[in-house]
Design a protein around this ligand. Structure first.
Ligand code: HSE
Length: 437
């Protein structure tokens, strides 16, 4: 049986999960791939901490070059994370003709196009199933299973930390800080929590998915990103009254000559399956023309689900190697020469429905003033409610609009904020109608 040698760079949670699976599932992996997947070397600056894994003959070293320069190593697994050393190490590994497997969504979102070019130049594979949606096979699904489909739209819950926080606030009335702390304790959160709660981690993942779905260059910088910091229990409660649940969604849609790519708190119907995705779970609804809607649901983070996805990439590459082939499936789902640069719709041009909440003075004429400004900006109101109790002379006024243009909504909200009819900043949450079949 052929032996495929593997090196791991980064012996943290995910790296240790990969090592654990390679050891524990040795027989299963051999019988499924027809190859011996030998974990030859692990490199990490910390070689002292006991991760509780019996490494057997695997070397644990502090110098990454021992992995990258080893001519016997076929596959390098990068589980360091971040955009600096990881980038340097992946580029060096590719230059040294190693196939690379990574879970590094931040790096792929920012420098993925360069990494793809480097992999092409060196005629090796670059695989990243674990970068989006943990154990859910969404990369393979977009790249391979949907090969005969035009992908119309994707709506996805891709950040376990945010979903956990929103679920906690919604179900047990926790406050934001407590829910975040709990998510950190449970190990879902990024080292820097802003990556999660300000939506950037979700945007990284959407940049990757959009590229695979539409054959476009990875484009992070034009994705609109808004996180969940300003979501209050009050809005979650009001949303329920209107039949909506608030989720941090990644939304990607194809139009004639542009795509929509946005990440923001979103109200979705409580009858939509995504509204039932609770806690740290992730889900992706993909609407494609031949398949209709498919929903993937699973653990989007955590040691073993993420390691499982890394192993699926390792097995793919090992199978290629024993078949004497490489680069069988294009890295971004389309041969590099067919990758296009498709513009992302500027957010101001978006048309959608909106939930608006104002803390309004309880005076005659206030509602007329607010709705007058909305009308002047071509925003048609579907329903208006005065919600909750009066406090300090203010009452919450909540509106649901018909489809309106984002630029008009933002302009109107600025004008309304300047009047003495309201106090504080109005709350705006976009509403998304997701196909359900
Ligand atoms: N911080 C991420 C999350 C981990 O909360 O989902 C997986 O990318």
């Amino acid at each position: 049986m052929k032996t495929i040698n593997i090196g791991i760079l980064g012996y943290g949670v995910v790296g240790a999960g990969v090592a654990k699976l390679l050891k524990q599932k040795k027989q299963l992996l051999e019988s499924r791939t027809g190859a011996v997947l030998n974990l030859k070397t692990i490199a990490d600056i910390d070689t002292a901490t006991n991760r509780g894994i019996d490494l057997g003959t695997t070397a644990l070293v502090s110098d990454a070059n021992v992995v990258m320069d080893d001519p016997a190593i076929d596959i390098v697994v990068e589980t360091i994370g971040g955009e600096t050393i990881a980038r340097e190490f992946i580029l060096k590994s590719l230059e040294n003709k190693k196939h690379v497997v990574t879970a590094n969504k931040a790096l792929l979102a920012s420098f993925g196009n360069d990494l793809v070019t480097a992999a092409r130049k060196n005629q090796v594979d670059l695989a990243f199933e674990a970068s989006v949606g943990g154990c859910m096979p969404v990369i393979k699904f977009l790249r391979e299973s949907l090969v005969a489909n035009d992908i119309k739209s994707m709506s996805a819950i891709l950040n376990g930390t945010c979903n956990y926080i929103l679920t906690k606030i919604s179900k047990d009335g926790s406050d934001f800080e407590d829910a975040l702390r709990k998510a950190q304790e449970l190990g879902y959160a990024e080292a820097e929590p802003s990556l999660d709660i300000d939506g950037f981690d979700t945007a990284h993942k959407l940049a990757i998915l959009n590229s695979l779905a539409h054959g476009m260059e990875i484009n992070l910088k034009d994705i609109y990103v808004e996180g969940i910091r300003n979501i209050t229990p009050k809005d979650i409660e009001f949303a329920k009254d209107f039949g909506y649940i608030i989720k941090l969604l990644a939304i990607g849609k194809i139009h004639e000559d542009y795509v929509e790519a946005r990440v923001h708190p979103t109200m979705i119907s409580s009858s939509n399956p995504l509204s039932h995705v609770d806690g740290s779970m992730n889900a992706i609804a993909i609407d494609a023309d031949a398949t209709g809607q498919t929903i993937l649901y699973g653990h989007g983070a955590g040691m073993m689900p993420t390691a499982s996805a890394v192993l699926s990439d390792i097995a793919d590459i090992a199978r290629n190697i024993i078949s004497g082939i490489k680069r069988r499936v294009p890295i971004l789902g389309y041969p590099e020469d067919n990758i296009k640069s498709i513009p992302i719709l500027p957010m101001e041009e978006l048309y959608t429905k909106y939930y608006l909440r104002f803390e309004a003075q309880d005076h005659p004429g206030v509602l007329a003033k607010i709705s007058g400004i909305l009308g002047e900006n071509n925003i048609s109101i579907k329903s208006v409610h005065q919600k909750g109790r009066k406090s300090n002379g203010k009452v919450p006024i909540v509106m649901i609009t018909h489809t309106a243009r984002e630029a008009g909504v933002q302009h109107a909200l600025k004008q309304i904020s300047k009047t003495d009819s309201v106090v504080g900043r109005p709350v705006v949450i976009r509403i998304e109608e997701i196909a359900e079949e």
